[in-house]
Design a protein around this ligand. Sequence first.
Ligand code: AGP
Length: 639
Amino acid sequence: MDGDRFPPSLRKVITDVLKQQPEKKIMCGIVGGVSNTNVIPILIDGLERLEYRGYDSAGVAAVTPEGISCLRRLGKIEVLREALEENPMSALAGIVHTRWATHGKPSEKNAHPHVSQAAIAVVHNGIIENHVALRAVLREKAYEFSSDTDTEVIAHLVNEQWKGGGSLLSAVQNAVQELEGAYSIAVISKNDPENIVAVRMKSPLVIGIGKNGNFVASDVSALISITNQFVYLEDGDVADIYQAHFVVYDKTGKKVERPIKVSDLSPEDVSRGGFLHFMQKEIHEQPDAVSRVLDGRVKDGKVLIEEAFGNKAAKIFARTEAVQIIACGTSHYSSLVARYWMEMESLADIPCHVDVASEWRYRNPRLHSRTLYVFISQSGETADTLACLNMVKEGKPEAHTITICNVPESSMTREAELTFLTKAGAEIGVASTKAFTTQLAALMLLTLALGRTRGMTAKKEAEVIVSLLTVPEKLREALLLDGELRLLAPGFGKKEHALYLGRGSEYPIALEGSLKMKEISYIHAEGYPAGELKHGPLALVNEEMPVIAVAPNDVLVEKLQSNLKEVRARNGQLFIFASPDVKIDLDEGTTVIALPRVDELVAPIVYVVPLQLLAYHVAVARGNNVDQPRNLAKSVTVE
Ligand code: AGP
């Protein structure tokens, strides 16, 4: 922020306050709309479809004959629903929100919407980086703050503009000029009972075109039961929304036409469909999801490069000399598997670096024009991964970028030069499952596509494709272990720690298995390359420590066996997830879970499934909220 815009008396305050950190929020959910019937039930239903994002409080504001009505509650949307039953609200225009706080307590006063002087109400997703400085300026103008949030400045800023006369639209357009940071917002005013204004800036927001009105939401799943027609706003867009029409203005204030896109998501995709949890449903969807990755992208033993990666891909792959993959969390672990494939002499035989986005972006990486930068993300909105993508685009415009992503029209699919859509369908459970296996299938196709330009034989390509095509069936076999793994869960659920071991491309599977276990069961679980055991973690092993090993039948299995003996010698309880071909010395402390027989190369795609199931059943046995584990949000859209 430019301090010279403020009176001298305020400059010191501004310098001091700029040193403070803004409140950070991750993946709040926004829904807003204008309808020809009472909009409140539509908005609350939509908000419930965003529950998967994780949140700690919820609120609603609407333009009623009495002016702005606002209700906020700490806790679940259910609590807000109860509050609405006691204080019914009926209006044509309204906004609702779920808040997920990382800084600034979860509390009713911090919940959205935030209201300025009973005239303007705002919901917001993102971070206003200069909120402290703006707060100081607004205080000077006698605005009072009743929350600790950055969002409240937006309500006051819009009000300040709006009080000067003019429309809600122009008030919002002027107010956002003052904001720095990432924000999607929806705003109502007490004088406009049939209008909302929404803005997108580095935080997703879509317009849903319904039969009885027009809506905005953080993502399409919120609105899929009322429409499949969406307009994806661009950064800087301001939308002026009414029941029968809407107008979009770009960041310069120019009226623009954004294309209407038809979503192929269905209301069933965002429902549990007879399963107890979304995660359970998504684990069981994996055979079909992986089939969709391959459908129309392989034929006659070959990857159809153009169909899979786009018509520029073949040229780009031909000039690629190295691969740099960047991702977070589960998507990072799928990249770690891919590194084994990419570097194999018989496959792509290409140098492949893999980094966690939040590390890579701050270590001043040297960018290379002949490196292919690969960004993997289920959501396509993860802030660190997206920032890395933009870093490459700005720092080395001649370098090529590709995203492997599950969400069409996400920020990453728009920003990357090439896109490979994983077509896994909506993933609602916070713990990623089908996103992982579909990413792996996609990464194998990318490996083969690169390999073809680097001397991989046609025979090898055809062999790998045959193996890949067996994966959906092998996944079905792996899912049959469900009952056996459920029986292990109660005993496992009493533990507080677990060690996961793997070797080679099963090492990232051990990492992913341990991530699943910790994020939904809250058991402290660590993944290690089995060979590292005696370099430290063996000290943790005693009769209380379950050790889970993934043992495919590959060249490393003998070495893994000796690692496992080290565990048994310390009385560690061994759970070996093994191919039927692996010979294991059984004793009373060793449990063997027989995995489907599958080609070693693609085994990681199949062998992760039993680990997902184990984590799922342990979380259920512990009575945890499987789909919305504590402290986590589905996708992390701010740093
Ligand atoms: C996985 O179970 C996690 N919830 C998390 O690690 C996730 O994979 C990570 O935040 C990356 O998300 P993305 O794939 O949407 O970028």
